[in-house]
Every structure is written in C-alpha cells, then in structure tokens.
Design a protein around this ligand. Structure first.
Ligand SMILES: Nc1ncnc2c1ncn2[C@@H]1O[C@H](COP(=O)(O)OP(=O)(O)OP(=O)(O)O)[C@@H](O)[C@H]1O
Length: 242
C-alpha cells in the first residue's frame, strides 16, 4: 500500500483553444478541457472524431494551434502506447531486443546492462509476457504485441501514461491485467490519458471522461456524463450507417 509520502503525482494538462487542420480538413476545432493530476482520464468519441489526433498533438506530433500546457511536478517522463505499430514482421528482433531499443540508444544487438535486463523482465512480468522475451517480435499475436507495447511504456517509470485504445486485441485476462495496472499506476500518482471504446469500462475505471467529435462534446464524471441518450446520439449507428 502506498503512503502519501511515496506518491509522486504526475502532471495536470490543459488544452486551450486547440485546433488542428490538415490540408482542407478541420480535424479538431476549439478544444478546451483539463486533465487533473493523478487521475484516469478517458477520451471517447466516434471513429474519425479526432481522438488520436488529440493525443498526438499533446505528444508534439501534430501541427495544432492553441495551447497544450503540461504542468509537470517531479518526473517529466511520458509513456506512450500507440494504437498500432507498423513494422517489418520479418525483422529478426526478439521481444527483449524490441524492449531494449525503447530504453537504450545503443544498437539492440549489443549486450544490455544487468540493470536494463532486470527492468525489461520486470516490465514483461507485469503484462505476463516474461516467458516470451526470446520470441521474435514479428511472430507474436496481436494481443501479445499489445501487451509488449504496454510493457515498453512502463519501462521509463512514466509520470504520465498515454494509451491509444490499449485493449484492442486483448483477451479477458489481458484486459484484467490492463485494468489492474492502471489502478496500480494511479495509486502511485501517475496521470493516465486513455482512448477507450468500451463505455462500460470507462464508467468502471475513469475519473473523468471527455468526448470528442471534432469539437468537444462534453467533459466530466463518467457516472453523470455517460447517459443512455447521450451515448445514443454520439454513436448513432443508424445515421452513421446511412
Ligand atoms: N495525417 C493525416 N492527414 C490527413 N488526415 C488525417 C491525418 N491523420 C488523421 N487524419 C484524419 O483526421 C480524422 C481524425 O482521425 P483520428 O485518427 O484522430 O480519429 P480517431 O477519433 O482517433 O478515430 P478512430 O476511433 O477511428 O481511431 C480522420 O478523418 C482522419 O482521416
């Protein structure tokens, strides 16, 4: 159990008038909301609504306008789990090699320090993948790869963890590992920003939910914001299929 003394809170984040236009397409329009330090903040919205673009703007990967201010506290480290990873699956890279590439600048074929090796195994153990550390990364299943992506995001002991649909491809056991990890990280003060499509899970794990559909639709407590009417209107399948 953590005491207040060893909790090191992650940053709070403020999106202010954030806009993003790519070519002639307006992706994000005047987005304003706040993410509190040490909370699990879920981002929801329909496909193509701009959720990934919102996270990538925070990571400095999208040419947005407006301000995204990160109010750092102590450790200024970001962990990021992308929606998917494009890579050549024939590359002879093991899971351990892949993990080492994310935590050291020297080539993966060079020997890792014992400390580096220990932290890789510990991170893989947390997602139940330590026994597959010598397997080729390209030979892993989608769900196994997703677990490794989560493990690499834990390696730098981040104070903010950003996850883009991390449960895609995970089985029930994987989803439980993910939920437990999120709770554990939250208890350590990590700020967690997560795109999720499972609204029941958002109600279970989220301290706050923000819905994006090009513009900000709502932001607040999942229990009060996620009403059946609202969900129906945002994800109106009859309209979207028409
Ligand atoms: N580099 C780009 N160039 C042009 N358009 C882009 C680019 N990246 C994203 N878009 C467009 O921006 C819109 C928002 O995409 P984004 O990936 O942010 O949505 P999303 O809400 O994360 O969607 P999903 O739920 O399907 O993952 C989409 O219409 C997409 O086609």
């Amino acid at each position: 159990m953590n005491t207040m003394e060893n909790i090191k809170y992650g940053p709070s984040i403020n999106y202010e008038n954030v806009c993003l236009t790519l070519g002639n397409t307006e992706i994000l329009k005047n987005i304003n909301f706040k993410i509190d330090s040490g909370t699990i903040h879920c981002i929801i919205g329909p496909n193509g609504g701009g959720k990934t673009s919102l996270l990538r703007s925070l990571l400095g990967q999208m040419p947005h306008t407006g301000n995204i201010d990160i109010y750092w506290r102590e450790n200024q480290t970001i962990g990021y789990v992308p929606q998917s990873l494009s890579f050549d699956t024939t590359l002879p890279i093991t899971v351990e090699n892949f993990m080492s590439m994310t935590c050291q600048s020297r080539p993966a074929f060079m020997k890792l320090s014992t400390k580096g090796q220990d932290s890789i195994i510990t991170a893989l153990e947390r997602v139940n993948m330590a026994d597959k550390s010598k397997r080729l990364f390209g030979h892993l299943s989608g769900g196994e790869r997703q677990r490794v992506l989560l493990a690499q995001a834990l390696l730098p002991a981040p104070s903010i963890l950003i996850l883009d649909e991390p449960t895609t491809g995970l089985d029930k056991a994987g989803a439980i590992i993910m939920r437990n990890l999120l709770h554990e990280l939250k208890s350590k003060g990590v700020t967690i920003l997560i795109i999720h499509h499972d609204l029941m899970e958002v109600k279970k794990i989220g301290d706050c939910v923000t819905c994006i559909k090009r513009e900000l639709i709502f932001t607040g407590c999942p229990a009060t914001e996620l009403t059946a009417d609202r969900i129906f209107n945002i994800f109106d399948t009859t309209q979207q299929a028409a």
